[in-house]
Design a protein around this ligand. Sequence first.
Ligand code: PLP
Length: 453
Amino acid sequence: MQEAVLRTIEEDYVAGRAGSQRLYAEATAVFPSGVTHDSRYFRPFPIYIAHAAGARKWDVDGNEYIDYRLGHGALMLGHGHPAIVRAVQEQVALGTHYGASHELEVRWGQLVQRLVPCADVVKFTSSGTEATMMALRLARAATGRAKVAKFAGHFHGWHDHLNRGITTPYELPSSVGVPDALQALLVVLPPNDVAALRAALAAREIAAVILEPSGGRGGVVPTAPGFLEALRQATRETGTVLIFDEVVTGFRLSPGGAQALYGVTPDLATFAKALVGGLPGGAVAGRRALFAPLAFGADAERNRRSRVAHPGTFNANPLSAAAGVAALTAYLDGSVHRHTDRLSELLREALQERLRRRGVAGVVWGGNAILHIGLGLDADRAAVESGQIPGDVLEHSVGGPRAAHLRRACYVHGVDLPAPNTMLSVAHAEADVEVTARAFDAAVARCQGEGVL
Ligand SMILES: Cc1ncc(COP(=O)(O)O)c(C=O)c1O
């Protein structure tokens, strides 16, 4: 009798994806390592998606995936939500760029004001990176201070000003090519450490403290209870601008973002992703006084010498504004978030239970439409969420070759379950959670079979 030949996870991944493999071979001749975003780099090659709908997407080989990546977190409403499709289709026929002001940008800004507690004033940018860049510029203009502070493990986009302390080792810049002179202006603080924060702010040399309010990398390293309040107090006492980077948490953790959920109001907040319903764009919102340097006055000399400049070809472009208005309107009554909150908890419990039953050490934490899967972690969720586990331990548990292997196995079983953030949308249903849990279970079992877990 012939013995059954069992394929490895990687062999299965490759066998079902000849089209993606071919495209990747072409892509490597066009782009460095074949990809257009660092996080899309994947061994042996990434999947190439042909179309998507609701909570699902299909690759060029016809494989179907339940999608928890959701446009890097942009798709709070899932793929092809009817309100977004309608808004964009109507707008594309009316014009994609007027090189002029238009009504939809006003409506979009008004919705931000209505939803976000700190948003006295709003300015649109073309991405989250641009939003954090502008927030720093406003803070520096307001305070006349050059230094800025961030926290180890927090990510704020890819510009040069916040280019350190993102992944371990935190003392290394995340990229070469950034002048040392700029690194000298950046202070990286340990998260959740009030004493270190107070010591850093005491000299009143720091223009702004920026952080991801739910914790580094979308909440992988959670902010400890009470820390945001202490941070608010310390920044107020020292005349330091407090910036919440809500590019991930904004309109995702609640209709008003993390600041509405936690009841702590920053001076400035940055947004992108769920702000725009799947199209490109970003925004800075905040206290009116901080935006005053952006305003034009009657005095041309003052405009030339004392303004914060803000050009940007695609700021509030009509297509993004149309999608943004549709998305924010959908968030208004809270029903989207009630659904995603409930589902994310169901998914967290289901995945945790599968790890437990398989005897795999690991913790699933987070909530409010984002969760994280830490492999090899021997802790409980409460300890992780209250900030008791060191950030580097948490980071290692969500990343690395073991997590990548599990992800590959999940692809083979029909789920795109990305690290560090697994995201939910209103298009996901309870049945998807069940299918995901079964796929996850099969993927874990195969990783165990290969000695990876
Ligand atoms: C917290 C945070 N801030 C800023 C950014 C940068 O946003 P963008 O990719 O739109 O430039 C990201 C991107 O993932 C982010 O997660």
